[in-house]
Design a protein around this ligand. Structure first.
Ligand SMILES: [Zn+2]
Length: 342
């Protein structure tokens, strides 16, 4: 097992086989934020029982506040699971000023390395507060007990650097960037992409090196994005297609997978090396075709036709290639022809 001290929001990283073992003995009284499947995998490993287990069924602010009202006295909140369980733990850590321990059981989303809790307020995405895991625990054996595809999904939010950095550069070229443009941030993002491309075989295999590559890439992303206070090199038009689909279909998705679909389509709208990034996604085993997410052809078409209006109706969304686009049926038919639908 290895211990790292990091200059990001992650106070300490414990990474290794069985690195979560007996953590319950070190953190005082603790409450767990989790879901049934991850909790069953890990509960006998912690070495101590929690004061309470929150079964996370929602990331709506009102739901989380309701849970907070029911908590016993405790020292540490432990987030165990995927994005939702960790986000709820982060919110509680920030709101109550408690120590946070994060134990992701899948890597499908970057929630475990980012400081703000991604929650929903009346279905709108909001990022609230700051919370730093102390420690972040990456237990390879726990991660490998999840289906491979869920860990591979973790690279969706890394491949998105390809399209998001393009969007930021584009916005800057039009004088529309919301933030001071940073060539260094763009270059740093490219290095992360290179690192991921070089580890693609390991990531597909779900071996220790692959899992570690995803975690390290996320932490590197934070070292770039936290000082400048935004994630514009990683979040752009590919995420906006996901927001539109989420609002349209009103159901959750595996984050990295739907971001992969966004990267596929928006890299084409951008004319931004779409065949290369598609090949990388294919080689990694990322699941991004609509059929795998139960997205019907008509829904994707409607979503793409509405995308520009959707983006313009949300003032918080950044300027991207979508703002100047004309997405029409001809373009859609050409660009979805190789996507697989049911
Ligand atoms: Zn994302």
């Amino acid at each position: 097992m290895q211990y790292f001290s990091l200059s990001t929001n992650v106070n300490e990283l414990r990474i290794g086989n069985d690195s979560s073992k007996n953590i319950g003995k070190e953190i005082g009284k603790f409450v767990v934020s989790t879901m049934e499947i991850p909790w069953n995998i890990i509960k006998d490993k912690l070495g101590q029982s929690p004061e309470k287990v929150i079964d996370v069924t929602s990331v709506e602010l009102s739901w989380i506040e309701g849970q907070i009202n029911d908590l016993p006295e405790f020292d540490t909140i432990v987030g165990i699971g995927g994005g939702m369980a960790i986000d709820v733990a982060k919110y509680i850590s920030w709101k109550l000023g408690k120590r946070l321990v994060s134990i992701p059981t899948i890597l499908s989303v970057d929630a475990f390395t980012t400081p703000a809790a991604g929650i929903r307020n009346n279905h709108d995405v909001q990022y609230l507060g700051t919370a730093s895991p102390d420690p972040l625990i990456i237990d390879y054996n726990i991660l490998r007990s999840a289906p491979k595809e869920l860990n591979i999904a973790g690279i969706g939010d890394l491949f998105s650097i390809h399209t998001a950095s393009f969007d930021w550069t584009y916005a800057h070229s039009k004088g529309k960037s919301e933030y001071p443009f940073s060539e260094d941030a763009i270059t740093g993002g490219k290095k992360i992409l290179e690192f991921i491309y070089n580890n693609i075989g390991n990531i597909k295999e779900n071996n220790n090196n692959g899992l570690r590559a995803i975690v390290e890439a996320y932490i590197s992303l934070n070292t770039i994005c936290l000082p400048i206070d935004h994630f514009r090199i990683e979040e752009g038009s590919e995420h906006y297609l996901f927001y539109e689909l989420e609002e349209r279909l009103k159901r959750p998705f595996i984050h990295g997978n739907i971001i992969g679909l966004g990267i596929y389509l928006l890299s084409r709208l951008q004319n931004n090396d779409p065949y290369f990034i598609t090949e990388m996604m294919d080689e990694s085993g990322l699941v991004y075709h609509p059929f795998s997410m139960n997205i019907k052809r008509e829904d994707l078409i409607d979503s793409l036709l509405n995308l520009k209006n959707f983006v313009k109706s949300k003032d918080k969304l950044w300027y991207t290639v979508i703002d100047d686009s004309y997405i029409e049926m001809e373009w859609i038919n050409q660009n979805i022809s190789e996507l697989k639908f049911n």
